[in-house]
Ligand binder design. Structure first.
Ligand code: 5GP
Ligand code: ZN
Length: 117
């Protein structure tokens, strides 16, 4: 069923505690933890506890949880004292998505270039 945990999904395993992660915040609907391969001094992933392959699919099916995710991203940034940060949803392998469980990257603590690579 849509949204159910997937046995072969790394982020579902992190939520279940089967793969360790450095958790920074948790709510009823979201989980935030540090990226294992940080691309900035602060690099945190915020994910919904329900499984959807990408942010657009999550938003189409679960608008309230999508709002929770964005609010949590702001709370994480505030906790980390980030005045500026980048919020990224890689969508599709061509854009760099490697884990097909919707997630926001919060990147901060250094200057950012535009356009991104
Ligand atoms: P994507 O490339 O799909 O946008 O982002 C996936 C992110 O998950 C990458 O930044 C990658 O470093 C991170 N990642 C992959 N495996 C693990 C893991 O086992 N633990 C944590 N904390 N992050 C991971
Ligand atoms: Zn998943």
């Amino acid at each position: 069923m849509a949204g159910e945990a997937q046995a072969d999904c790394l982020f579902c395993k992190i939520i279940a505690g089967e793969v360790p992660a450095t958790v920074v915040r948790e709510t009823d609907t979201t989980y935030a933890f540090r990226d294992i391969n940080p691309q900035a001094p602060t690099h945190i992933l915020v994910i919904p506890k329900v499984h959807y392959r990408d942010a657009a699919t999550l938003a189409a099916v679960e608008p309230q949880i999508t709002a929770d995710l964005l609010r949590e991203a702001g709370e994480v940034a505030a906790d980390e004292k980030l005045e500026s940060y980048r919020l990224v949803f890689n969508t599709g392998s061509g854009a760099g998505q490697t884990v097909f469980h919707a997630h926001a990257h919060i990147l901060g603590g250094r200057g950012m270039q535009w356009p991104p690579g």
